[in-house]
Design a binder for this molecule. Structure first.
Ligand code: PHE
Length: 412
């Protein structure tokens, strides 16, 4: 039977030639890990909310919006170019040609800012979706938190200095070679007076530096460095990296909100900042969680370890590591084949039994011009030992399905 519509959290969407949703991703939508009590994703969310509410009581908490958003919300309102690469169906899940599963929490900026509100900003947490590779730190669904703070342009100085930031520890190591703007690489907006943009940027950096000490302050060797960045919806823009437990961690992206977004959402008299961060990455380093698939585990050996998070510091104890089983698949690629198409077949056929998929060989036949690729799939269950027969059954399905869906010609 051919279904011409799909349901997402109770709403019906027509499907069309652009639809590229997969069953394994649709199944995840109702899970909303950021709202599951004592789940590590929810714990990080709450810690960040606690920090910001201490600086200003008036942040709005938003965490229940559907992931199905229009391409206008996800891209156009945020000033992405018409041909920006993240619009590509190889990177993004299309519900239909006009609707995607949000690829980032920024997709909700215009709608939340347009709602008449008395808040100084908001903290918005949501599941986000990207077609991507398969390994210990990549999963097609993950969670982001977006923070927005807006000020009255006429009262910027008094509003921005009223927030109460906890003092940073003495000798806090922060490296910032980026300054507050750079005409060539990280410009002010023409709509902004330099002193206004700088006040907003200072407030933003101070707020986020405080957040890092709130989250990671137990590490006595904690360090922060600021790096220039580019996002279509902010300028100037930065990324922040944190040295935590001896390793640099890319923590977040941020910047001064493009004035056009505030103007278009009915806030021409405001100016403000935005940041976005990934919750899995923070939870993985903070709790020592080695594999991103664990967040989806319903096994009490995982979940029970986070129950006492308010009273003690938690380090995840891996309950066991079952043996890995490697299987290769190689094939001739048709035109337009994208590695993400293969990764998705593996997710659909193997579910969370696929730990990692690596492209181990690419060969181009000089005579025919055809390209052959070989992928190595690492199968490993998180809660049992897989037999070779179990894995062969899945591997056969992967081979069949990649041939059927992607039109590849299997080798060997
Ligand atoms: N949405 C951006 C991302 O997903 C992060 C970001 C949010 C950057 C807000 C700047 C401001 O990478």
């Amino acid at each position: 039977s051919t279904s011409t519509s799909t349901r997402i959290l109770g709403a019906t969407f027509p499907t069309d030639a652009a639809t590229n949703l997969s069953a394994s991703v649709l199944e995840r939508i109702p899970r909303r890990l950021h709202k599951v009590p004592n789940h590590p994703i929810a714990i990080i969310k709450e810690r960040i909310e606690d920090y910001f509410v201490k600086t200003n009581q008036n942040y709005k908490i938003v965490d229940s919006l559907s992931p199905a958003v229009s391409t206008t919300q996800n891209f156009d309102q945020l000033l992405f170019d018409k041909d920006h690469s993240s619009r590509s169906p190889s990177d993004t899940y299309y519900v239909n040609k006009d609707t995607v599963l949000r690829t980032h929490t920024s997709a909700h900026q215009s709608e939340v800012l347009a709602g008449k509100q008395s808040n100084v900003g908001y903290l918005l947490t949501a599941d986000v979706y990207r077609r991507d590779e398969i390994d210990l730190s990549h999963y097609p669904v993950f969670h982001q938190m977006e923070g927005i703070r807006i000020f009255d342009r006429k009262a910027l100085l008094s509003e921005s200095s009223a927030d109460t930031f906890a003092p940073l520890p003495k000798g806090a190591k922060i490296t910032d070679p980026t300054g507050l703007s750079n005409p060539e690489t990280n410009p002010l907006q023409v709509a902004h007076a330099q002193k206004d943009s700088e006040l907003v940027a200072l407030h933003l950096k101070r707020a986020l530096e405080g957040l890092v000490w709130h989250l990671f302050g137990s590490d006595k060797n904690l360090e922060i460095r600021w790096i220039e960045a580019y996002f279509p919806f902010t300028s100037p823009s930065w990324e922040m990296e944190v040295m935590y437990q001896g390793k640099w961690l890319e923590l977040l992206g941020c910047g001064v909100i493009q004035q056009k977004i505030l103007d278009d959402s009915g806030n021409p008299d405001k100016i403000g900042w935005a940041f976005g961060l990934g919750l899995e990455r923070i939870a993985m380093v903070m709790f020592g969680i080695p594999d991103i698939r664990l967040f989806w585990s319903q096994d009490s050996r995982f979940l029970s370890q986070f129950e006492n998070h308010t009273t003690k510091q938690i380090t995840f104890q891996p309950y066991s590591k079952y043996p890995a089983c490697y299987k290769d698949v190689s094939f001739w690629c048709p035109d337009g084949f994208h590695d993400n198409d293969m990764f998705e077949v593996v997710r659909d056929m193997a579910g969370d039994l696929a730990e990692d998929v690596a492209l181990i060989d690419t060969f181009k036949n000089p005579k025919t011009g055809r390209t052959s690729k070989c992928f190595r799939i690492n199968y490993r269950s998180m809660d049992r030992t897989l037999s070779n027969e179990d894995v062969d059954i899945i591997q056969d399905k992967v081979r069949e399905e990649v041939a059927r869906r992607c039109g590849v010609e299997l080798r060997g």
